[in-house]
Design a protein around this ligand. Structure first.
Ligand SMILES: NC(=O)c1ccc[n+]([C@@H]2O[C@H](COP(=O)([O-])OP(=O)(O)OC[C@H]3O[C@@H](n4cnc5c(N)ncnc54)[C@H](O)[C@@H]3O)[C@@H](O)[C@H]2O)c1
Length: 263
């Protein structure tokens, strides 16, 4: 499959996890990729592996100057920008009443302000060059549902969802589509802290009964950036194994009359 042959992409958070999987799949499908991250060693290692289709650029997405330089690197090195994947994100866990201002702002700066800087400069370049491009933001299921200790992260990711919706509205005249993927629990370096006990508690609630892989998230993201999604803009696509809709416990265990077809 070469859906992205000759296309030029940026991928933030590209040194690890979902961003790395996005970059690998893009290169496999013919794209040239500016790999952006604050993890320089990770960037260099992946760029060496992916070869000339990949340019590592140290980028802190919470710095507007860095984001601008990332977009300029795509233009000066590869000749333009067609598609963008804004993946970088994280947060510091804390009970809401104990959270410091600095830790709360960390999530907002990285996830929300970082995504704003990315959309702004990516779209400006696409408009200047008359490119009908596509932007995909990585949000989270936490942008839609809260979780203990993740108030800052949920607020920041809800902001990403609204930036996606707003961007889709404002950029449609230019033929630029803006969408998001909302991952559920995904096996990446960010979730290796989970013990078997924690993982088991999560899986009880996930209808598809497994964590997502980084590749699951990458394939959904690439679909939204591809021509197959030409009429899709402004959506935030759950890639969560059905998790958002599993608010209720599995009721079958309390009903003796469960039809065989449901047991
Ligand atoms: N793993 C999950 O379960 C999960 C669930 C929902 C959403 N997400 C979201 O998916 C995205 C990727 O997460 P992941 O699980 O692959 O994590 P990860 O830790 O494997 O990768 C995140 C990458 O972002 C980079 N990064 C951090 N701060 C940065 C900054 N200021 N500028 C540029 N890069 C920076 C890190 O160096 C790292 O390489 C994040 O936005 C995260 O919020 C992950």
């Amino acid at each position: 499959m070469e859906r992205f042959k000759g296309k030029i992409a940026t991928v933030t958070g590209g040194a690890s996890g979902i961003g790395e999987a996005v970059a690998r799949q893009l290169v496999a499908e013919g794209a040239m990729v500016v790999l952006a991250d604050i993890n320089e060693a990770g960037l260099e290692a992946l760029a060496r592996e992916l070869g000339r289709a990949c340019l590592p650029v140290r980028t802190d997405v919470s710095s507007e100057a860095d984001v601008q330089a990332m977009v300029e690197a795509a233009v000066s090195h590869f000749g333009g920008l067609d598609i963008a994947f804004n993946v970088a994100g994280s947060a510091r866990m804390s009970a809401l009443i104990d959270q410091s201002e600095a830790d709360f702002r960390f999530a907002l700066d990285l996830c929300t302000v970082g995504t704003f800087f990315c959309i702004k400069h990516q779209a400006r370049r696409m408009i200047e060059a008359n490119v009908q491009g596509a932007i995909v933001n990585i949000s989270s299921l936490n942008g839609k549902v809260p979780s203990w200790g993740l108030a800052a992260y949920s607020a920041a990711k809800a902001g990403v969802d609204m930036l996606t919706a707003s961007g889709s509205l404002e950029l449609a005249d230019h033929g630029i589509r803006v969408n998001a993927v909302a991952p559920g629990m995904t096996a990446t370096p960010a979730t290796t802290y989970m013990t078997d006990e924690i993982l088991g508690a999560y899986l009880e609630r996930i209808p598809l009964k497994r964590p997502a892989t980084a590749r699951d998230q990458a394939m959904a993201s690439l679909f939204l950036a591809s021509d197959d999604a030409a009429y899709i803009t402004g959506v935030c696509l759950n890639v969560d194994g059905g998790w958002q809709h599993a608010a209720y416990p599995d009721m079958r265990r309390w009903f003796a009359t469960t039809p065989d077809s449901l047991s």
